[in-house]
Design a protein around this ligand. Structure first.
Ligand code: AMP
Ligand code: MG
Length: 392
């Protein structure tokens, strides 16, 4: 059994980079930037008013100023501001030459055709190049593009980006007890739920998932389905069949197919039997994830997400922070790094969700994140910080 951080490092060290492609901005959400982008101009490209008001010279506001023109956003000012003059200006409009501040409209009074007001406390001008200077990096390679990044790129006039190609991921479940949702149930069976979770997760992290169905717990059946999935995918996620059960045949099958198992037991809970294997001849990867749905979710988050991100040239890890525990937490054994579903309370504390173990999917669905309990820790007292890996 190896420590989680060694398992994760093994996964990351073996990740191979995907190729890149140029795509239009509208398709770029949730993709990973492969080439950094530099600002083509100063940002903003001109000094503009932050407020509706009067562009003027600070020293003139109390003695009254003659209004020269009205400058709308998008206009080019016709007049320079000279002593004793001002121009009405709208938010976002180009600040005329000679002005050093904007007197906001709420503070201005009109008397005898002159504009008066107190000297503004701030300039109310957004200076040219204040956000970025021409040539400075806008976004660096490896950025996971979210809507705010797309807007930033668009603000620079960029319509196309170079991103890492998506990764083909084959997904299959193993287990004689599994029945696909929508089919009739019989005693002793459970609906296959993992595959739906994993397909959605793969999509979130730049994968193209393809589902191959359920393999019965036999060497031959598992091998057949796995071979089919390997024909068309770079990475395989399979669930179940990697523990100590009499019918857990996945390790044998993947070795028979020429894969080398780099680890198969991790000091982590849930998810101890998580298995990672690579084929040196084809460059393909297999993750054997535990069958219990909470375990496969946690391992996909902790291992597969960083791996898929690394294949696309990005560093990814769950957003992690600490919250004080609302009530005492205690666990029976502390030999593995533990993860439990937790909720963040409105008062800034966190609370474990009532949790019956790694088959308890309802608990996971209520959670805002995973509380992480270090190896060797069995108790965390109320008020003490708990590390939380947030879902987002
Ligand atoms: P295994 O890892 O194959 O021993 O499975 C561990 C537990 O997870 C068993 O209770 C299985 O019935 C359950 N399980 C395995 N695969 C799935 C699946 N795809 N969906 C839901 N439960 C599963
Ligand atoms: Mg099984």
């Amino acid at each position: 059994m190896i420590d989680f951080h060694i398992a994760l490092q093994t996964v990351l060290d073996n990740a191979t980079r995907t190729k890149t492609e140029d795509i239009p901005l509208e398709n770029a959400c949730d993709r990973i930037l492969a080439l950094g982008v530099a600002a083509p101009t100063d940002m903003p490209p001109f000094s503009k008013s932050a407020m509706d008001g009067y562009a003027c010279r600070r020293e003139d506001t109390e003695r009254g100023m003659k209004k020269l023109e009205v400058i709308a956003a998008g206009d080019i000012p016709k007049h320079e501001i000279t002593p004793g003059t001002c121009s009405k200006i709208m938010t976002g409009a180009l600040v005329p030459q000679g002005a050093d501040c904007v007197l906001i409209v709420e503070n201005a009074t009109l008397r005898d055709e002159l504009v008066f007001g107190p000297p503004p406390a701030t300039d109310n001008i957004i200076l040219r190049g204040e956000d970025l200077k021409k040539g400075e990096p806008v976004l660096t390679a490896g950025t996971l593009l979210r809507p705010q990044h797309l807007s930033l790129l668009a603000s620079c006039g960029i319509t196309q980006v170079t991103v890492s190609k998506k990764i083909t991921v084959g997904i299959l479940s193993t287990g004689d007890e599994l029945v696909e949702p929508g089919h009739s149930m019989s005693p002793g069976k459970v609906f296959n739920s993992n595959s739906w979770q994993l397909m959605a997760m793969v999509q979130q992290m730049g994968g193209i998932p393809t589902y191959y169905g359920i393999a019965k717990d036999s060497l031959l059946k598992t091998q057949d389905l796995l071979m089919e999935a390997l024909e068309a995918n770079h990475v395989i996620l399979l669930t179940g069949g990697v523990s100590e059960g009499d019918f857990d045949c996945v390790p044998v099958v993947i070795q028979d197919l020429g894969f080398e198992i780099l680890f198969d037991r991790v000091r982590i809970q849930p998810g101890k039997p998580t298995t990672f294997a690579i084929s040196r001849s084809t460059g393909q990867f297999i993750f054997g994830l535990p069958g219990n749905p909470v375990s496969s979710f946690v391992q996909c988050l902790l291992m597969v997400f960083p791996f898929l991100a690394a294949m696309q040239g990005a560093h990814w890890e769950p957003l992690t922070t600490y919250f004080p525990l609302k009530e005492d937490y205690k666990r029976r054994r502390s030999v593995r790094m533990g993860h439990i579903p937790v909720r963040i309370n409105p008062d800034g504390t966190c609370s474990p969700v009532p949790y019956n173990g790694s088959a308890h999917q309802a608990a996971l669905s209520e959670a805002h994140g995973l509380g992480r309990i270090p190896v060797g820790t069995d108790t965390i007292k109320a008020g003490d910080p708990m590390q939380v890996l947030l879902f987002y």
